[in-house]
Structures are given as structure tokens and as C-alpha cells.
Design a protein around this ligand. Structure first.
Ligand SMILES: Cc1cc2nc3c(=O)[nH]c(=O)nc-3n(C[C@H](O)[C@H](O)[C@H](O)COP(=O)(O)O)c2cc1C
Length: 187
């Protein structure tokens, strides 16, 4: 099994702050000798039960990648107090049986170790983290304890477009990653 952590951004916005955080998390994991990548799932179509079986090639690959991953970190913006549709769509696909009607075989999400992070406005992504904290166990994945990592978009970031973390925020990132790495080590 690959030991790779897939860091999944809920935003495809050019210059997305969540994708920037995802890149920072992946780089920090790599610096700690933990394989990691920001996962590109731009080819995942909108799920329709009319075209679910056989799964499109992009979904076969998605399932392989998640199945082989050591864990996932979801880094998501907050859209109206919840998660964006593209992230839910990804999880919906991964949560489904490979063969129609097979409800016995575990999905690739079963027991997968998941951490949650968000870059958002004044809520610090509290609501999207809450919603993800409900969704992740619902699909039988293994959610890291705690409230996840919540980062408020620094005021300057809207001007510069760059997510430059303040010292206090960087400390939260470091603590989150340390906790996530410990979580990965748990049996
Ligand atoms: C449809 C929509 C709903 C939003 N709702 C919220 C919200 O509930 N809370 C919040 O903090 N920001 C909200 N925002 C603002 C986003 O947090 C902001 O655009 C952020 O930069 C998006 O993340 P990104 O930079 O990773 O794309 C919303 C944005 C959109 C497009």
C-alpha cells in the first residue's frame, strides 16, 4: 500500500486559499518524510445514477487512488455554512458500491483516516467542519478526533491573493499536522 496522503481541496477557484493551504500541508508532510500530494480530481463528473454503472474511467482511478492512500485531508471552503458541491460529489462517488446492488463489499472510504481543514471568513470554517464531521463518519471513514483546522482568511490575503499565515495560524497548522501524523500511526 502506498503511504501517500491525498490532500483534497474543496475549491477549484484559481488562486483558492484552500488550495494554497492544501499545498502548504502537502509540502509540510513531505518535509516530514510523509508522501503527500494535492489531489487533482478535476475530471470527476457530476454523479448521476443513470451513468453510475459501469463507473467512468475517472471514477475507477479515483477509487484506486483513495483505496491505496494512507489517508485523506479535506481542505474546504465554507459555502453557505456547509461544503461545496464538488467535494460532496467526490465523496458521493467514493461512497458507492463498485457493482450495482453490492452492499456487502466495503467501499474505498471504509476506515480511511480523514482530517478536516478549512480556510474561511469570520467563521473559521466552523460550519463546513461541522458538516464534514457528520459526513465523514456517515460514509464509514475514520475521522480524526477534534474540530479540525480552522483558518480565518487574513485581510491582506484578499489584496495580495496570497495565503500568508500569521505565526499563530502557522502554529495551528503545525499542531494539526502533528496530530494527523500521530493519527496515521495508530493501528
Ligand atoms: C456560494 C458561496 C457561499 C459562501 N458561503 C460562505 C460561508 O458560509 N462562510 C464563509 O466563511 N465564506 C463563504 N463564502 C466565501 C468563501 O469562503 C470565499 O470565497 C473563499 O475565498 C472561498 O475559498 P477559496 O479561496 O478556497 O476558493 C462563500 C462563497 C461562495 C462562492
Amino acid at each position: 500500500m502506498s503511504q501517500k496522503v491525498l490532500v483534497i481541496s474543496g475549491s477549484d477557484r484559481q488562486g483558492s486559499f484552500n488550495t494554497q493551504l492544501a499545498q502548504q500541508l502537502a509540502a509540510a508532510l513531505q518535509a516530514k518524510d510523509q508522501e503527500a500530494e494535492v489531489y487533482d480530481f478535476s475530471d470527476v463528473p457530476l454523479l448521476s445514477q443513470n451513468t453510475e454503472f459501469p463507473a467512468p474511467a475517472s471514477i475507477v482511478k479515483l477509487r484506486e487512488d483513495i483505496g491505496q492512500a494512507a489517508g485523506l485531508i479535506l481542505v474546504s471552503p465554507e459555502y453557505n455554512g456547509s461544503y461545496p458541491a464538488r467535494l460532496k460529489n467526490l465523496i458521493d462517488w467514493a461512497s458507492r458500491a463498485v457493482v450495482a446492488g453490492d452492499n456487502e463489499t466495503p467501499t474505498v472510504l471504509k476506515g480511511k483516516k480523514v482530517g478536516i481543514a478549512s480556510v474561511a471568513n469570520s467563521t473559521y470554517g466552523k460550519f463546513v467542519r461541522q458538516h464534514l464531521s457528520h459526513l465523514v463518519p456517515y460514509v464509514r471513514a475514520n475521522l480524526m478526533e477534534g474540530e479540525g483546522l480552522g483558518i480565518r482568511i487574513p485581510a491582506e490575503a484578499w489584496g495580495s491573493g496570497q495565503l500568508e499565515l500569521e505565526a499563530e495560524q502557522q502554529q495551528k497548522v503545525d499542531e494539526f499536522l502533528a496530530a494527523y501524523l500521530a493519527f496515521l500511526q495508530e493501528a
